[in-house]
Design a protein around this ligand. Structure first.
Ligand SMILES: C[S@@+](CC[C@H](N)C(=O)[O-])C[C@H]1O[C@@H](n2cnc3c(N)ncnc32)[C@H](O)[C@@H]1O
Length: 445
């Protein structure tokens, strides 16, 4: 018999708490390993993501009901209480009685009578008295941090960069589950044709909101369709698809994608080139390069050559040879918190400086590989201006042979240009309910 879903959720959340494991990887592994009913997979995903997403708010709610304070609790008891309060506070369709009953059953199984009694007492008090209000927290930044569960340092950073209103919207919208979107492989089909193919396989689909290459999957598992298996579509967020557009590669060009795994943008570029010319795709790690090979094979593309390589040490003999060089840089990932909620708890403010140094080193190292008149495209899936606009400004200050490329806006859909500033564009998660992204295009004179 399969384990109850809340027990499975507890095990996943404990591993994340103790080993800093990634929620998306653990969830996928668990779903593949266990024989959960599809409805239970939905509930499991909701509980795991929701509990991580709302961690600090849940601890705040619990604090008034746990006598010795939340930090005094054993890890498993703390996590069990968090996931139970998450359901009580945010999941209307789950009856409170059922949540408490299951939590107590798990506590009995795992601990002694005293612990199950305490779990029962805390949850019943919450049920009786309701959740504590946040209204008395005077400092707006602290209130936003607690209300939406973000580290205070991160909220402070966003308020300084975007103001309080945008920050609140960003916090709110990064809690929402992401859309499932796919990009159509234009070598094989048009968007209209791909829509029909997916509909024929029983999926509920519609055009994307932001990218012309996108299809939103409203219902059904796209990964099990022949349309996916035969390489007509690739899973990718809509804002990430804009990067491929920004590169503006044409058939026959020579392009380097310097931080390429798992290959989302390399394959998009190759599709735009009608699979002619050359895309050299590099990534640091061999096992990640294999992911690029897998995608290339599934999509039936032949112009991509993937290789394990440090972008800071590309072969000298290809200097000055690329029409386009893409640096889709390693970054803090604050634009993809809705997909990887652990990011907000695992990243420290001090990490940003180290990440920025790597971004600068990569940009510096790849610049000589761009042809005269060619373009260097820099993108990140973060909203942090230090890693975005400032990284670009630092690069330009040291490379007078590069200039911001004003034609970038001609390669992007009109809709995406709300935050466009000369050669650079930012998409915040709240703009189109997509990932947050930054793209800059720089021309070599
Ligand atoms: C944002 S991800 C790239 C996503 C990819 N462009 C896509 O669309 O599928 C950044 C990648 O940079 C790689 N990376 C980090 N440092 C690198 C370096 N010095 N040289 C090459 N790749 C690097 C990481 O392994 C990671 O796969």
């Amino acid at each position: 018999m399969s384990k109850p879903v809340r027990e499975v959720a507890l095990e996943i959340l404990l591993q994340i708490e103790k080993n800093q494991a990634y929620s998306n990887l653990l969830l996928n592994q668990t779903v593949n390993r266990t024989k959960l009913d599809p409805r239970d997979v939905g509930l499991l995903t909701e509980i795991v993501y929701g509990t991580i997403q709302r961690r600090d708010t849940l601890d705040y709610y619990l604090q008034s009901f746990v006598k010795k304070g939340v930090p005094s609790l054993q890890d498993w008891v703390k996590v069990l209480l968090r996931l139970s309060v998450y359901q009580i506070a945010y999941l209307d369709r789950v009856p409170e009685r059922a949540v408490i009953h299951e939590a107590v059953a798990i506590a009995k199984k795992r601990g002694h009578k005293g612990i199950s009694g305490m779990v029962n007492g805390v949850l019943r008090s919450i049920q009786r008295e309701g959740l504590p209000s946040l209204a008395h927290i005077k400092d707006e930044t602290e209130r936003v941090a607690l209300e939406y569960s973000y580290p205070v340092w991160l909220v402070k950073r966003w308020v300084a960069q975007y103001g309080l209103d945008e920050t609140r919207e960003m916090c709110q919208s990064s809690l929402e589950p992401p859309n499932v979107t796919v990009r159509v492989n234009q070598v094989k089909a048009s968007v209209e044709e791909a829509l029909l193919l997916l509909e024929k396989e029983g999926l509920q689909v519609k055009h994307g909101d932001l990218s012309p290459d996108a299809i939103i999957v409203e219902k059904g598992n796209v990964f099990q369709t022949n349309t996916y298996k035969k390489g007509y579509v690739t899973a990718q967020d809509e804002s990430s698809m804009l990067v491929g557009r920004a590169v503006g590669a044409k058939p026959g060009m020579t392009v380097a994608d310097t931080c390429a795994a798992p290959g989302g943008k390399s394959t998009h570029i190759a599709e735009q080139m009608d699979d002619t010319g050359t895309v050299l795709s590099f990534d640091l790690h061999d096992h990640k390069v294999k992911l690029i090979h897998d995608q290339t094979k599934r999509l039936g593309l032949s112009c991509i050559q993937a290789e394990a390589m440090d972008a800071r040490k590309i072969h000298e003999n290809v200097k000055g040879q690329f029409d386009r060089v893409l640096v889709d840089a390693p970054c803090s990932g604050f634009g993809v918190i809705r997909r990887k909620p652990d990011i907000k708890w695992s990243k420290r403010e001090t990490d940003i400086k180290a990440i920025k140094n790597i971004q600068q080193d990569i940009l510096q190292a790849v610049a000589p590989f761009v042809k005269q008149g060619g373009t260097l495209i820099y993108s990140t899936c973060t909203v942090d201006k230090d890693e975005n606009e400032k990284s670009v400004a630092n690069f330009l200050a040291e490379h007078p042979d590069f200039q911001l490329d004003k034609t970038l806006k001609d390669r992007l859909p009109e809709k995406a240009l709300g935050r466009y500033v000369e050669g650079m564009v930012t998409i915040l998660p709240q703009d189109f309910q997509t990932d947050g992204f930054f793209i800059a295009s720089l021309i070599k004179q």
